[in-house]
Design a binder for this molecule. Structure first.
Ligand SMILES: *Cc1c(COP(=O)(O)O)cnc(C)c1O
Length: 413
């Protein structure tokens, strides 16, 4: 507003949205370009402070697996909060033990270390791999994929194969090298006598939704076995039933008619959807490496608190009780075919990738601009990479909600 604009009564009383934005401008570190001012949610919908409703198919970036304000999660939280929220990891608590057992049952024989985020879960994988390397000839190098994303800690950005994430934060943690995703020969060529592990995301989430091929998954498993390397798997975004199976390698391989156990990694990091918004991360270690991080070697004050573990357990039980893996496959097919149809009708959609509740729509334009237009129309999607918008709906989203998303895209783009 220019200084010559006369003040009137509406201008002198800022809206609640403006007041909250002002708090952020003034007091919150500007690490994010933020848009809406949100107030509450229910299922697949959120409302802003002015009462406008949005279909939230960004899911808090793949976090709200059961949508907003899910009654079972709310009840589990309330019950646990009135019993025991936190005690530290110097003690045993039942929710952490039960959740660890559940994750082992879902993944394979092994043990689980609990953290508070995806980046911290990856740190646990890196430290475990370094221990393994130390015990097997002093090796330390980890090969990750170009255009990968592994978190914002110093270890995480060092592992991330994107220069823009690393820029300005050197010196980085040594020991990470990058090779082209889905190119087994490139990974093989990057192996040196120092290499101890290879690490990938099952579906690259932050650079445009790119799934690993079955050949790449099987090949990395074989490569790791041949060279006594660990196969590390970052499932922070693509795991927890988001693709219709607990882990994306299971989806990718079973759809190709291959037994997923043949590519099972040695360690898997999880977070995001695991807690439906409660800050929890987990590192699953296969039996072979499950006891490498012994007492005193690694830790966390909050990780695996009874509160977040009770929430995560309830999320996993709800997914099972309501057969949401089936629902994910169903809504994923519907969304994919709907987007393909819009593409065939000449909408500016160049490609559709991914599966289940993790689908990318490549555009011919800046995804930030398209995301803003769709938000205006009442649909929240998340930009991914430089030309893609991603759908990360709750696993319990309905076919009607998918139809609404498709209609909004049809009307807007
Ligand atoms: C989000 C994400 C992370 C980082 O998780 P935080 O909880 O933000 O630390 C790591 N890896 C992948 C693949 C992610 O999508």
């Amino acid at each position: 507003m220019s200084s010559s604009t006369p003040l009137n009564s509406t201008e002198s009383a800022p809206s609640r949205a403006e007041e909250i934005r002002h708090l952020f401008d003034r007091y919150v570190a500007p690490t994010y370009r933020r848009s809406l001012v949100l107030s509450h949610g229910s299922g697949s919908f959120v409302w802003d402070v002015d009462g406008k409703r949005y279909l939230d198919f960004g899911g808090g970036i793949a976090v709200t697996a059961l949508g907003h304000a899910h009654p079972r999660v709310a009840q589990a939280l309330a019950q646990q909060a009135s019993r025991l929220v936190h005690v530290s990891n110097l003690f045993h608590t039942e929710p952490q033990g039960l959740l660890a057992r559940k994750l082992v049952e879902l993944t394979g024989p092994g043990k689980v270390f609990f953290a508070n985020s995806g980046a911290e879960s990856n740190e646990a994988l890196f430290k475990m791999a370094r221990r393994f390397g130390q015990e097997t000839g002093g090796r330390f190098e980890i090969i990750t994929a170009l255009d990968s994303f592994h978190g914002r800690t110093l270890g995480g950005i060092s592992a991330t194969g994107q220069d823009k994430i690393k820029a300005g934060f050197g010196p980085l943690v040594p020991g990470f090298v990058h090779a082209t995703f889905n190119d087994l020969d490139a990974f093989a060529r990057a192996i040196t006598p120092q290499t101890v592990a290879v690490m990938i995301e099952g579906i690259r989430g932050e650079s445009g939704i790119h799934p690993a091929t079955p050949e790449f998954l099987l090949g990395l498993r074989r490569l790791a076995d041949q060279h006594n390397l660990l196969f590390l798997f970052d499932a922070v975004q693509c795991g927890m039933f988001r693709t219709g199976h607990f882990q994306s390698y299971e989806t990718i391989l079973s759809e190709a008619g291959i037994d997923p156990v043949l590519a099972r990694p040695d360690a898997i990091s999880m977070a995001k959807s695991l807690g439906n918004g409660l800050p929890i991360g987990a590192a699953w270690f296969s039996s072979k490496v499950a006891d490498l991080l012994g007492p005193g070697s690694h830790g966390t004050t909050y990780g695996g608190s009874p509160l977040v573990c009770a929430a995560a357990l309830e999320v996993l039980h709800t997914i099972e009780d309501e057969n949401l893996a089936d629902n994910v496959r169903r809504i994923g097919r519907r969304l994919r075919s709907g987007l393909e149809e819009l593409r065939a009708q000449g909408k500016p959609i160049k490609d559709v990738r991914g599966c289940g509740a993790m689908i990318g729509m490549e555009l011919d334009r800046d995804p930030l601009e398209a995301a803003a237009q769709l938000r205006q129309a009442g649909l929240i999607l998340i930009p991914s990479g430089h030309n893609t918008l991603r759908f990360l709906p709750p696993l319990n989203a309905t076919e009607d909600e998918v139809a609404l998303a498709l209609q909004l895209i049809k009307d807007t783009l």
